[in-house]
Design a protein around this ligand. Sequence first.
Ligand SMILES: CC(=O)SCCNC(=O)CCNC(=O)[C@H](O)C(C)(C)COP(=O)(O)OP(=O)(O)OC[C@H]1O[C@@H](n2cnc3c(N)ncnc32)[C@H](O)[C@@H]1OP(=O)(O)O
Ligand SMILES: CC(C)C(=O)C(=O)O
Ligand SMILES: [Mg+2]
Length: 595
Amino acid sequence: MVLLQDPSIKYTKFDPHLKLEDRQWPSKTFSKPPRWLSTDLRDGNQSLPDPMTVEEKKVYFKKLVEIGFKEIEVAFPSASQIDFDFTRWCVENAPDDVAIQVLAPCRVPLIKRTIESLKGAKRAIVHIYMATSDCFRDVVFGLSKQETKKQATECTKYVRDLTKDSTDPAILKTHWLFEFSPETFSDTDPDYALDVCESVKAAWEPSLENPIIFNLPATVEMATPNVYADQIENFCSKISEREKVCVSLHPHNDRGCAVAAAELAQLAGADRVEGCLFGNGERTGNVDLVTLALNLYTQGINPQLDFSDINSVIDVVEKCNKIPVHPRAPYGGQLVVCAFSGSHQDAIKKGFKKHSERKRKMEEEDKKLGRKQPRVSHWKMPYLPLDPQDIGRTYEAIIRVNSQSGKGGASWIILRNLELDLPRGLQIEFSKVVQRETEAKTRELKTSEIINLFEDKYVVYPENDGVNLRKIDAFELTDYHSHNNKEAGKRTVISTIKNNDRTIELFGEGNGPISAFANSLARHFGKDFDVVNYHEHSLGKDSNSQAASYINCRIGTNPPLWGVGINEDVTIAGFNALVSCLNQSVNKGFVNLQN
Ligand SMILES: CC(=O)SCCNC(=O)CCNC(=O)[C@H](O)C(C)(C)COP(=O)(O)OP(=O)(O)OC[C@H]1O[C@@H](n2cnc3c(N)ncnc32)[C@H](O)[C@@H]1OP(=O)(O)O
Ligand SMILES: CC(C)C(=O)C(=O)O
Ligand SMILES: [Mg+2]
């Protein structure tokens, strides 16, 4: 088979049979979250190659409650004993404020068994469905429009008899809610869908306090999301007693637009959304509730669903569904907050710098003004719409380094892990070292590998801290004395450096300790040690903090080398940076050790 040159001979453009001249939804915006229903345990479960066991369903249900769902569709109780028994468990274990929803087709014996499963529930939603599109009526059921409406209406009356009109006091203890889905709504003649729902509504007789739920599914996503929004706005504006109706959405993702469809349809007037975590569900899935909720959150609206520990949610979803969450899934995917590419890393690194400056400034102001409730600084971060910490992710995972990375990536890792804020020249040089390593290894480098590369090449720490022991032949500074000759305006430095089998006494003079030490090295090794660039900053916040010194030193006529020294004493930190340059120059053969 090949793709058709002219697909119109096989597929026709969807006709919504709707001309909305005065649509309102395009100029609406969000101000509050919808009523959420999770159907992970029903629509999600029915789509799994291996449906969940009862134990898995229990774990999943508990997680949904923890996240904050107040309406959970738990099963199709007439489908199997497992579904029935699990519904019983939910009835017995659900918190008082969580409504248990169950689904049944418009078939009397199945409805009876469904309602039996809910006996004793505090809050229950009986959900029945009947497909209304021409295609389903003709192909699947062979029922006319009239017959379909009659069946939906009679089944509604039947549910009513068994629930809110029951004379059994035990049944009346439950707060009964009713939901009707004209299945395949998105492919149904809009006037006919309204006609069926009016009839169902008349049969149920909802009240202001207990509205009927009309769930209008895109059982199959038929067209662009604006078409679904038009269908919903049309329904919302024409259904009678709108105030006694809760309009619910149930988008599927056949065209990959379920999230957009759900958002536009909420603007079009819907009150409630049904979907699954990370978009599990029939075929291409139900609408992804994580994305919908966090889309609201990043617009400053509390979704009333708590994804602050998204990893634990992913853990439950993956274990129970036995389907991995895609690494690029919006918000939750493992890779969505990771920047590998150089220009992204550069922008994010700068964003974090600005962010912490803003934060510090705000904290200082708050302190000065004695504000009891400190303010939160606004999130303005290139490439990252959500602060990863808000969903329990650390900043460490944001920037990862491979062959697509620039100087920002590796220097970010060094900054986050060693608190070393590398000068620009050193960033550029180190990124080349990292680039060579990623190309040689043809893979991403781990944080520990980047740190090792950096420490091995550049850093001299306080002696005997273990790090330098990796470099057996490296020199280290073991002693120094410094004398300030004020009259001559000169500083004298006498020091000792040693490596494995050599101890060298050094003497030098200069304008300051660094130049005096550099001159002492020059004197001994017979080459200029020219300090072309020098930076320093403290590490840590307390008084015991250490100093980091960065020196770029030209030895003889060779290209300058970067060295880094760390010590409690800022002078020793500077000397150590020069010792690092010396060690590199020995390796490169820039200086002769026989001197
Ligand atoms: C869009 C959705 O997600 S809808 C929910 C779908 N979920 C599920 O189906 C999961 C659970 N379902 C099941 O386990 C089974 O389908 C059961 C137990 C409910 C029913 O099983 P069966 O009785 O064997 O029927 P089965 O599902 O194979 O076939 C459907 C039959 O019911 C009929 N039917 C389906 N819905 C209706 C309805 N609302 N009114 C009347 N008849 C209906 C079909 O026409 C078909 O009848 P036929 O056999 O005479 O052609
Ligand atoms: C039962 C209904 C609501 C359904 O799952 C669908 O139409 O997709
Ligand atoms: Mg569905």
